[in-house]
Design a protein. Structure first.
Length: 95
């Protein structure tokens, strides 16, 4: 049974700089290769007291392992301290 997940992807790099739009679009190709549909929202987050642009990736899937792999890839590629995945308590209905 599919579940709804949100992945919070911060854009500040601990070594300095931010994830650029071009870097984000290249990374998103990895998401496209795995999931046929998803939503991306832009938000402002805070990590360790520092505000940052954050992408929220929402996916409805029964493939949590693939979603975890994508989050791990983002964490590794952009040297992130952490990536949050949360499961939402909703039952999606596609019509």
């Amino acid at each position: 049974m599919s579940k709804t997940y949100q992945v919070f992807l911060g854009t500040n790099k601990p070594t300095g700089g931010i994830v650029s739009t071009q870097e984000w679009l290249i990374f998103l190709k990895q998401v496209d290769a795995v999931f046929t549909g998803y939503t991306v929202e832009t938000a402002t987050g805070s990590w360790k007291g520092i505000k940052e642009k954050t992408y929220i990736l929402t996916v409805i899937t029964d493939e949590i392992k693939q979603l975890i792999r994508i989050a791990e890839d983002y964490k590794s590629i952009f040297n992130q301290d952490s990536v949050l995945i949360q499961e939402l308590p909703v039952n999606p209905i596609f019509i």
